[in-house]
Ligand binder design. Structure first.
Ligand code: MV4
Length: 665
């Protein structure tokens, strides 16, 4: 085993690799960009080296620099994680030339699988099933048309150099072939610089089922069963699970053997994934091979009780695979949900900003009576509460993985865990994931790659009205914070309480365009609250330092967490996350001169996030940096379209009132 490795990655996968290395007594060297100086992966490793600016091209993609860092630090091997340099065959060669072990497959195996049409030719020779089609060299239009007619419609044209769905055309009738070919070739040329295409039978409602394979340098190769990754949005996986629902033992063995044959055909070593598309009847065809450890590997780890990063380290240091095929078994069912900083209501636009509040689900006790604990709950994340999701890298916040003895148990636990995941500071897809796992199609395991598209209505329902309990939680949080802050108490008439026989006050909350007027009457032991024609006696039962409240509302006892972020109350209760706008009259006093878009500090404070780089073109209203002052966050946005000329401060710097923060043109 190695004594020291360098991890050439960031975020959750760097933390994931570091955790296993630590458990095995292997020292770790992190590399990081300027944007990641304070990040979790730097803290997770034994040492860390700054390699360049935020942009990946100037840091995480600098193979030579990373190799130099590894040599200087005395590391024997480099783990590339996924993305970045993980499938770069030249980098794998460069590691070997420098005397370092690349913890991944041989460079030639990466190259062999890199070209989609060449890979298909290799797979055909290895008797791995391919979608009926033509993937040869002849690109004559009439010849390709004949091939399409032979295959039978619908036919799918794909750019040979493509992947990820770009440059694909579905053709329904022979008469449409010529026009579709021309348009596919144009897109292929402009996107990939190569107009070569291949033609395949188009599968309707296919599933994406992939097989985890593992090979060592001694000639052993096993499969660790399948993952179903059919639930995708624009070729981005959202939910993954293992095993695949409906899979029979015979089909599993057939797919496993085909995947092992695929790996052997290219001399594979290490962790790899063979992707298939499968028809609803179970017939399956090779799509491509991913020559790295994948994001969704934890579901496989959970059902097989393995640590695939440990396997990678053992194989890379020359050891045999820890288990033989017949020692591998499937135990239960695992689901993974990818939690992204993105806004599902705005076309899933990435959401940049700081995780002002993040509370992860308390690990539910999954231990089954009498059985070994299958470690049934796991969050893999590269960020902590207070960290920033920057625009430079993938906006994934975390992967949440749950285990159950069967799919329904795993689903129920995922539902519970998602309901307990709290994020304030940026938008996340948690609500969308909740609707997805409860949807008819997903809950019923009616899976295919079009699931999200086909269930738009169920997955994007109109916002429902706020209920009295949710509003009462926000109101009590507000009232309590006023009592606790010096000089602001319900008896001060300046604060909106009227001095009459009873203390009354009206609070107005907003949810999008709807306004909710809550009439509050202070009653010593609690409040009477009226919302429309609904009225209830409300009492505070308990409140803790982490913003958790228990209220008695009429006959109902309600628990909730309320986090105030600027002029918004985030209420987490009854499995929901609601954002209530509130216009605080005190905050708006005397702010007439605080016009939008100023590029100076509005008050003394600390820089907590830089969201742009020098030279970057930005549009009006785009967030440029975030500062923290008076325990609140202030986002400085671009006043007009322009270019960032200079950034005056770094993350963590203190700035004084009125200080110029950046130069803007
Ligand atoms: C297909 C297909 C249907 N029939 N090939 C999309 C990305 C590329 N890797 C392969 N893709 C597809 N190939 C045939 N012959 C449907 C898809 C497809 C898809 C595949 C896997 C996961 C998600 C997908 C979403 C849309 C289309």
């Amino acid at each position: 085993m190695f004594s020291k490795i360098l991890i050439a990655n960031r975020g959750e996968i760097a933390c994931r690799v570091a955790a296993t290395a630590r458990r095995l007594g292997v020292q770790t060297v992190a590399v990081y960009s300027e944007a990641d100086a304070l990040s979790k992966h730097v803290a997770a490793c034994d040492e860390a080296v700054l390699i360049g600016p935020a942009a990946a091209k100037e840091s995480y993609l600098l193979g030579d620099k990373i190799i130099a860092v590894a040599l200087a630090a005395g590391a024997q091997a480099i783990h590339p994680g996924y993305g970045f340099l993980s499938e770069n065959a030249d980098f794998a060669d460069a590691c070997a030339n420098a005397g370092l072990v690349f913890i991944g497959p041989p460079a030639d195996a990466i190259r062999a699988m890199g070209s989609k049409s060449a890979a298909k030719t290799l797979m055909e020779k290895a008797s791995v099933p391919l979608v009926p089609g033509y993937h040869g060299e002849n690109q004559d239009a009439d010849f390709l048309h004949q091939q399409a007619d032979r295959i039978g419609y619908p036919v799918l044209l794909k750019a040979s150099a493509g992947g990820g769905g770009k440059g694909m055309r579905v053709i329904e009738h022979s008469a449409d072939f010529k026009a579709a070919l021309a348009s596919c070739q144009r897109e292929a040329l402009s996107s990939f610089g190569d107009d070569k295409v291949l033609a395949e039978k188009y599968l309707q409602r296919p599933r994406h089922i992939e097989i985890q394979v593992f090979a060592d340098t001694l000639g052993n190769c096993v499969y660790l069963f399948e993952r179903d990754c059919s639930v995708q949005r624009r070729h981005q996986k959202v939910l993954e699970e293992a095993p695949a629902p409906g899979m029979t033992a015979e089909r599993r063995a057939a797919m496993g053997s085909a995947a092992v044959a695929a790996a052997k055909a290219v001399g594979y070593v290490g962790a790899g994934t063979v992707e298939f598309i499968a028809n609803q009847d179970g017939s399956f065809y090779f799509m491509e091979m991913n020559t790295r450890l994948q994001v969704e590997h934890p579901v496989t780890e959970m059902i097989t009780g393995t640590d695939l990063v440990e396997w990678q380290l053992r194989v890379a240091s020359g050891e045999a695979l820890p288990l033989r095929q017949e020692q591998l078994q499937i135990h239960g069912h695992a689901l993974e949900a990818r939690i992204y900083a993105e806004n599902p209501d705005k076309g899933f636009l990435p959401s940049i900003g700081r995780l002002v509040h993040m509370q992860t689900p308390a690990a539910i006790n999954f231990a089954l009576g009498g059985q070994p604990d299958p470690a049934g709950f796991r969050i893999d994340s590269g960020v902590r509460a207070g960290d920033t999701i920057s625009p430079f890298y993938d906006p994934m916040i975390a992967k949440m993985i749950v285990w159950g003895k069967d799919r329904n148990e795993a689903l129920a636990r995922m539902a519970q865990a998602l309901a307990q995941y709290q994020i304030v500071g940026l938008s996340s897809n948690i609500g969308f994931l909740q609707r997805l796992i409860h949807s008819h199609a997903f809950a019923g395991a009616d899976l295919d790659t079009g699931l999200i598209e086909r269930n738009q209505a169920e997955l994007f329902p109109p916002q429902t009205a706020l209920s009295l309990p949710l509003i009462a939680l926000a109101a009590v949080s507000l009232l309590q914070s006023e009592i606790h802050s010096a000089g602001r108490n319900p008896w001060s008439s300046s604060h909106g309480w009227r001095m009459n026989s009873q203390l009354q006050r009206q609070l107005t909350f907003r949810q999008e365009e709807s306004h909710y007027q809550l009439d509050v009457t202070y009653q010593g032991k609690g409040w009477s609250m009226q919302l429309g024609d609904e009225q209830a006696q409300v009492q505070l039962i308990s409140q803790d330092a982490d913003n958790n409240f228990t209220l008695q509302i009429g006959a109902l006892t309600v628990n909730g967490t309320v986090v105030r972020h600027g002029e918004h109350f985030h209420v987490f209760s009854l499995g929901q996350h609601r954002e209530l706008g509130y216009t605080d009259p005190l905050l708006h006093a005397g702010e007439a001169e605080a016009e939008t878009g100023r590029l100076t500090a509005p008050m003394p404070g600390k820089i907590v996030a830089l969201l742009v780089v020098v030279g970057q073109t930005v549009s009006k209203g785009q967030p440029l940096l975030i500062m923290e002052a008076m325990k609140m966050e202030h986002t400085i946005a671009a006043p007009v379209d322009g270019i960032v000329k200079e950034l005056m401060y770094l993350i963590g710097d203190q700035v004084s009132d009125g200080a110029q923060l950046l130069m803007f043109e």
